[in-house]
Ligand binder design. Structure first.
Ligand code: GLV
Ligand code: MG
Length: 305
């Protein structure tokens, strides 16, 4: 069963205050950031803060993730070694930003395996979340999704991505001014989703930076959720409830999905006449309807509906 990731809360690894607050918030996942939310000079201390925070616990059911720096920097190996040696037993995944090739994922996999062996941890338990943040990464996304069995999610990083393709916009997640023929993000979102679904990993949408505009967040999150995404980053407590709601089915859809499953199970059984396609009210349902209903019911059950 994949981990729930409707809301993935970004927390600067250098902020003890925000880390403490994160323990009290209803996000499915918390990721402590050593990358862009952490100034270069603050990174060495932030590694220590993160190790202590993971080992102190108090994270409940939340998925515990640390975002390390990308492989083109000089910081990555120390991020990984310090965090995983120090707190690997209390860590679920590492997030690798700006992934451009499968080899970058494999390099992280190899390093993790060495640390797990040295420390006596279970080998392969710590997962990888791969962020796609530039054109090269998107072109390679299929290979990245299959680069290691540790890969659990592919994440769209819209801010870096917009910069990397020279998109004429400064507002992350909103349409670039002058583009009035559809959704400028559709191809990217769909491309990532196909790579994720084809390889049984989750697809996560990145941040929405207008943190006070919760309606805007809902609108942008709603697009990703409608396509089939599993969750989205949240940068502020005010976005968490919205994400949990947007990435869970509505009550009516959930109830309807459960009704479809019940009806289909009954009518295809001995008791119901072993039929293939059956009627539920005015709606014809068949094996494909059952699969669609299972997706909605599965999300609802995971959300405790
Ligand atoms: C996230 O890292 C982004 O660049 O959007
Ligand atoms: Mg980024």
């Amino acid at each position: 069963m994949p981990r729930p990731r409707r809301s993935c809360l970004a927390v600067p690894g250098s902020s003890q205050k925000m880390i403490d607050k994160a323990r009290t918030l209803p996000a499915d996942q918390v990721f402590l950031d050593l990358e862009d939310a952490c100034a270069p000079l603050a990174k060495p201390d932030a590694r220590k803060t993160i190790v202590a925070a993971l080992n102190e616990g108090g994270w409940g059911e939340r998925t515990r993730v640390v975002r390390v720096n990308d492989w083109t920097t000089e910081w990555t190996y120390r991020d990984v070694v310090e965090v995983v040696e120090g707190a690997g037993a209390n860590l679920d995944c590492l997030m690798l930003p700006k992934v451009q090739t499968a080899q970058q994922v494999q390099a992280l996999d190899l390093l993790l395996t060495q640390i797990e062996k040295t420390m006596g941890y279970e080998v392969g338990r710590i997962g990888i979340e791969a962020q796609i943040e530039n054109a090269r990464g998107l072109v390679e996304v299929d290979a990245i999704a299959t680069a290691s069995p540790r890969v659990e999610t592919i994440i769209f990083g819209p801010a870096d991505f917009m910069a990397s393709i020279n998109m004429k916009s400064l507002v992350v997640g909103e349409q670039p001014p002058g583009y009035d023929v559809g959704d400028a993000y559709h191809y990217i979102l769909m491309r990532i989703l196909m790579a994720a679904r084809a390889n049984d990993v989750q697809a996560i949408d990145g941040p929405y930076l207008q943190i006070r505009d919760v309606d805007g967040f809902r609108r942008v999150a709603g697009r990703a959720a409608a396509l089939g995404y599993d969750g989205k980053w949240v940068l502020h407590p005010g976005q968490i409830e919205a994400a949990n709601e947007v990435f869970s089915p509505g009550q009516a859809d959930y109830d309807h999905a459960e009704n479809i499953l019940d009806a289909y199970e009954f009518y295809t059984s001995d008791k119901g006449g072993k039929r293939g396609a059956v009627m539920l009210g005015d709606e014809m349902i068949d094996e494909a309807s059952r699969k669609m209903a299972l997706v909605i019911a599965g999300k609802g059950r995971a959300a405790g509906m």
